[in-house]
Design a protein around this ligand. Sequence first.
Ligand code: COA
Ligand code: ZN
Length: 302
Amino acid sequence: MRDVHICEVGPRDGLQNAKHLMPTEAKKRWITALAAAGLEEIEVGSFVPPKLIPAMADTAEIVTHARTIAGLKVVALAPNVKGFERARGAGAHKITFPVSASRKHSESNVRMTPEQMVEQVRQCAALRGKDGPEIEGAVSTAFGCTLQGAVPEADVLRLAVALAEFCDGVALADTVGYANPAQVKRLFSLVRKEIGSKLEGAHFHNTRGLGLANALAAYEEGVRAFDASMGGLGGCPFAPGASGNVITEDLVFMFEAMGLKTGIDLQKLFAARKLLEQAIPEEPIYGHTPLAGLPKGFRAAA
Ligand code: COA
Ligand code: ZN
């Protein structure tokens, strides 16, 4: 049993913002290595127009490959009904929809208002049928936005409540790395009061170095599902100034050192990082734990 669940979003959030394209075969090898390290959930890509984000053009093929890995939950992002249909057709187990609480980001990212985006997700939830994929509504820019500035908590709450009506789970995302731990505790607690256990995931970016602090704050607030990206890759191409996600290697180290089981083997995770480095060698990647190594006598959570 795992105490915390980490979803690796590097193949999606990471590669969508990378300057260098990762070849399809290298993506497959990387995803296989990530799963072998113990990641049980991987967001492998997005179903958006290939012209918009060429790095995601091969997502259907990547989903097909990821589905061959036993026990892996294959997640894909979709921005609309067309993306949902493509993701479902490819066989994604879970489909995540970005629903921005910031109007300006919503228009920049999906060319829809937040309300129009909620309607897209509602339609997808209605279309999926009994055996369809899991659906997650991710309230993005929930902690602030580089385009709009402050994002009222009431806007986040309203969207979370609307999405909880038909989504299996709702996540709060700090798309541009504005969140701080006090804010994280307050907002997760507020949203949980309204939607209870439908509130699942936390998605943090490390733009101002607070990724781990925010993840810990969310953990203390009862959150047990976290997105993270290997090497700290990541960022939304349609949110100026967005940079990498909370770093998987450091997040796993933090939880394991605290005695909380992630189910992830750090040495195998470092082996997967080697594949990432080899696949896009010019892309800067980050992470304290892989550079410093594990402390002498370190023991993973038992
Ligand atoms: N996958 C592939 N093609 C798609 C698509 C999808 N999910 N959604 C729309 N298209 C195609 C349409 O068929 C149409 O093609 P055509 O020009 O050949 O007729 C074209 O794209 C434009 O469609 P339209 O519905 O007008 O979309 P848009 O141009 O208003 O863009 C989104 C809206 C949502 C598709 C786009 O803004 C988007 O993909 N945003 C997500 C960006 C992202 O990935 N951000 C980072 C992750 S949060
Ligand atoms: Zn993100």
